[in-house]
Ligand binder design. Structure first.
Ligand code: AMP
Ligand code: MN
Ligand code: MN
Length: 323
């Protein structure tokens, strides 16, 4: 930690990035650290390959996040946030890999340990928790903008303090963030309270697609591009939908197969499908995802795959036999 703080303080131009198809933690961590480094008069570039989901566009400073890697900028340091591997940032990974010093800040159990410095804590509820620690060491003020970013990261990664990663730090940091100006109901209204009609219709199609394995332990939800077209929605609108499949009684593992965009830059990394896995705590889905070249946490993981839908479904139902 001390070395990282010293290094950041002596940096002049820092590239910060988080994973494609960002969640609240990926965006919140990026903004919180980016805003804090700017307070130290360090020039920063905040990068995310994907469009920022509409529900996170209220976050202060979000307009500064760019989808373009500035190859002219002479970055001396890269900070990669909420990514188990460098390639999770998407197409800019090769360019970022050439930045002289790479700092890896993350909480995934499958983290590869990439970079020159690592700030990895798999017991942290979110990357935002680790970023909060880092900001304390940088000794920059936590104003309402930074507080909102950290609060949103923790709120969303813990599923509103419901998932197994919810720890005491989640509450103590959020308590501090509220004292620093965050209004929980405002954040909740933005993040959870404003669904488009299309999103509700997509939820309907997703619920209708649920299939259960013969032993009842695995549920499978499927979202196709056709469903997104039909409801005029975006891949981000599927965020959180998998939790409905996880709630079903006796289900240990919930799976969501999401068909990726066609021709356009892949919305979820490479491969035709993005597969999300959620566990009730009795099955390590990070290990399953890793076996398919992906990663994540014990209870929430994912991977990308190039496959035929029928084959993929039968592979997934085969998994159900072993749980
Ligand atoms: P998701 O199912 O996309 O919501 O992701 C669940 C968790 O798994 C998140 O912590 C992701 O960062 C991680 N994850 C998802 N897809 C991948 C992947 N292709 N490689 C590594 N980690 C992933
Ligand atoms: Mn994330
Ligand atoms: Mn995270």
């Amino acid at each position: 930690m001390d070395q990282i703080v010293r290094h950041l303080k002596s940096s002049r131009r820092v590239f910060l990035a988080s994973h494609t198809q960002p969640d609240g933690d990926a965006i919140g961590s990026l903004l919180a650290l980016g805003l804090s480094l700017e307070r130290l008069n360090i020039r920063t570039a905040l990068y995310n390959e994907s469009l920022i989901p509409a529900v996170y566009r209220f976050l202060p400073g979000v307009a500064a996040i760019t989808r373009h890697f500035d190859s002219q900028a002479d970055f001396d340091t890269a900070v990669i946030l909420d990514c188990g591997s460098l390639k999770r940032i998407g197409a800019a990974a090769a360019a970022a890999n050439k930045i002289p010093v790479i700092i890896n800040v993350d909480h995934h159990v499958t983290n590869t340990g990439f970079g020159h410095f690592q700030l990895i804590d798999t017991s942290a509820c979110s990357t935002a928790e680790i970023v909060h620690r880092l900001i304390k060491q940088l000794a920059t003020p936590i104003d309402k903008a930074v507080a909102t970013a950290i609060y949103t990261g923790i709120l969303t990664d813990t599923g509103s303090f419901r998932f197994a990663n919810t720890n005491s730090a989640a509450f103590s940091i959020c308590d501090e963030m509220v004292r620093r100006g965050v209004t929980p109901s405002e954040v909740a209204q933005h993040v959870y309270g404003t669904y488009s009609m299309g999103r509700i219709k997509l939820l309907n199609l997703a619920l209708d697609s649920i299939e259960i394995s013969t032993n009842g332990k695995l549920s499978l939800m499927t979202l196709t591009r056709q469903m997104l077209r039909e409801t005029n929605t975006l891949p981000e609108d599927a965020d959180g939908i998998i939790n409905y499949a996880k709630r079903i009684q006796d289900v240990r593992v919930a799976v969501l197969i999401q068909e990726n965009g066609n021709g356009e830059s892949p919305s979820n990394g490479s491969g035709r499908f993005h597969v999300s896995l959620r566990s009730d705590g009795t099955v390590d889905v990070a290990a399953i995802a890793a076996a398919f070249g992906g990663g994540g946490h014990c209870n929430a993981a994912g991977f990308n795959i190039e496959a035929d839908m029928g084959e993929l479904k039968s592979k997934i139902f085969d998994l159900a036999q072993k749980i």
